[in-house]
Design a protein around this ligand. Structure first.
Ligand code: BES
Ligand code: MN
Ligand code: ZN
Length: 493
């Protein structure tokens, strides 16, 4: 999608469709519709009186030959209640316009910016448009995804400054990072093996000037990653440990952020095998890893003054002849022994060793993202990511970035009293804490390996994927978490 500013007057701005939005109660005169000439607004008033234009969220009204503007058509998108409006809503509005118009064979649109549009607003419009222009049906012969928007013009009033251009660029970078992640999450496990995931990471890193190392079975064993290896040994596909480095020359030496992402390319459950229904969804069990790779792609372009290392332990969880078994006791890289009670609690095992290694590489603050538990989806549904951590200051930073970007995240507790749930009679700890409080005990298990290092865990099991098509986003992988983490990393100083 080519995106450019235009500042011609509306009487001269030739385009297929001009898009404006209007708020509920006043959809003909509040919102960016107020920039439209009076003739068009009179028509909108008529539509409003007839009940055809309400301004309710995502309502789309297409008008042919609007009076006094050079565009062939005008699309008015409903923006909902004005009091509740935030910049982040613009993402959904531009996204709604993109999906509505794509479905009607339109390939170009001009988005009417508000008077003195905030920079965050420009970023949101761009992000929303690119995010909406994605469809998951990549392997269909006749794709929805082929009905793409080729051109988005941002119709500004007056001169466009450097800050506005930077906001456009930032929106594009973040949305394209989400597309990269969504494509990985969407790819079936028969082609997206750990080897292919590592190859994608290497290609991304080479393209954006990052340093990437990929370690294989021998190195994983040499590093004594007994927990990661236990999961990997049941599969014929070789595991990979993907490590991507980003260092800004002026980054303070005292802060090294470790981003650890769960990279299970398919989770059968192993010997504790999952039921057949919905097992296909487990091709998405590498979403945490894909999220961290997407974040690296974005910061490679945005260049914040920090040092970041992303680590993705990638493997299948299979019930092969050499698979680990319930009752096994394994020794993690940290030296802690773990009794396996359920081989389906594999994510925390690969994260345990990756976190230990992250600390060994010098990380001073850690964030992990993982499709870790079904329990978090029971608690928060597919809407909100579960946030966990002992270090409240570090948790607060993540929550503040989530709030700033409009991504829904909610803190759930970690507490010593839950520790008893995952104690083992024969090893240091057990790998499950039972059904109750499952998202919490899983998070705490992972946190045991972060130790005293500030750490935040994001359980994205619910938010990685949307089973519902929205007016502003296709059904399928979401890219959730990337805007928040990019905001965090670019606002650390
Ligand atoms: N990958 C799953 C969690 C999951 C469930 C992700 C649904 C996305 C959607 C994870 O490895 C898992 O199987 N967790 C178990 C843990 C249990 C065995 C303690 C779960 O949640 O049932
Ligand atoms: Mn599992
Ligand atoms: Zn899993």
């Amino acid at each position: 999608m080519k995106i450019e500013f235009r500042n011609d007057p509306l009487t001269e701005l030739k385009c297929a469709v001009l898009v404006a939005f209007g708020f509920e109660d006043n959809p003909a005169s509040s919102g960016t519709v107020e920039r439209l000439p009076s003739g068009t607004r009179a028509l909108l008033d008529e539509l409003k009186a007839a009940g055809e234009l309400t301004g309710k969220s995502y309502e789309c009204t297409l008008i042919h030959h609007p009076e006094g503007v050079a565009a062939q058509k005008l699309l008015v998108v409903g923006a909902g209640k004005k009091e509740k409006f935030e910049d982040a809503h613009l993402r959904r509005l531009s996204g709604t316009a993109v999906r509505y118009l794509r479905a009607r064979g339109v390939h170009e649109l001009a988005w009417l910016l508000g008077r003195r549009e905030a920079k965050a607003g420009i970023q949101s419009v761009v992000e929303g448009a690119i995010v909406a222009d994605y469809d998951a049906d990549t392997l269909r012969t006749e794709r929805n995804g082929e009905r793409r928007i080729d051109r988005l013009e941002l119709a500004a009033e007056g001169a466009v400054d450097d800050a506005a251009r930077a906001a456009l660029e930032r929106g594009r970078i973040i949305a394209e990072a989400q597309t990269f992640t969504r494509e990985l999450v969407n790819e079936p496990a028969n082609t997206l093996t750990p080897t292919k995931l590592a190859k994608s990471a290497e290609e991304m890193a080479a393209h954006f000037g990052l340093d990437c190392q990929v370690m294989g079975s021998q190195e994983i064993r040499d590093l004594k990653m007994g927990a990661f290896w236990a999961v990997a040994q049941g599969s014929d596909e070789p595991p990979k440990l993907i490590v991507v480095h980003y260092t800004h020359p002026e980054a303070p030496a005292s802060l090294v952020i470790g981003l650890v992402g769960k990279g299970i390319t398919f989770d059968t459950g192993g010997i504790s095998i999952k039921p057949a229904a919905d097992m296909h969804e487990m091709k998405t069990d590498m979403a945490g890893g894909a999220t961290m790779l997407g974040v690296m792609q974005a910061i490679a372009q945005l260049k914040p003054k920090v040092r970041v290392i992303a680590l993705v332990p990638a493997t299948e969880n299979m019930p092969g002849g050499n698979a680990y078994k319930p009752g096994d006791v394994i020794t993690s890289m940290s030296g802690k022994t773990i009794e396996i009670l359920n081989t389906d609690a594999e994510g925390r095992l690969v994260l345990a060793d990756a976190l230990t290694y992250a600390k060994q590489l010098g990380c001073t603050a850690l964030i992990d993202a993982a499709t870790l538990t079904g329990a978090v989806t029971i608690a928060l549904g597919n809407i909100t990511t579960g946030v966990f951590g002992w270090n409240q200051e570090w948790v607060n930073r993540v929550l503040a970035s989530a709030a700033a970007t409009g991504e829904k995240m909610w803190q759930l507790p970690v507490d010593e009293d839950y520790r008893d749930l995952y104690k083992s009679a024969i090893a240091d700890i057990a790998n499950t804490g039972g059904r109750y409080g499952g998202a919490i005990t899983a998070a705490m298990f992972v946190g045991e390996f972060a130790g005293d290092t500030p750490w935040v865990h994001l359980d994205i099991a619910g938010t990685r994927w949307s089973n519902e098509e929205k007016p502003y986003r296709a059904k399928g992988p979401t890219g959730h978490g990337i805007p928040t983490l990019v905001h965090l990393l670019t606002n650390l100083a």
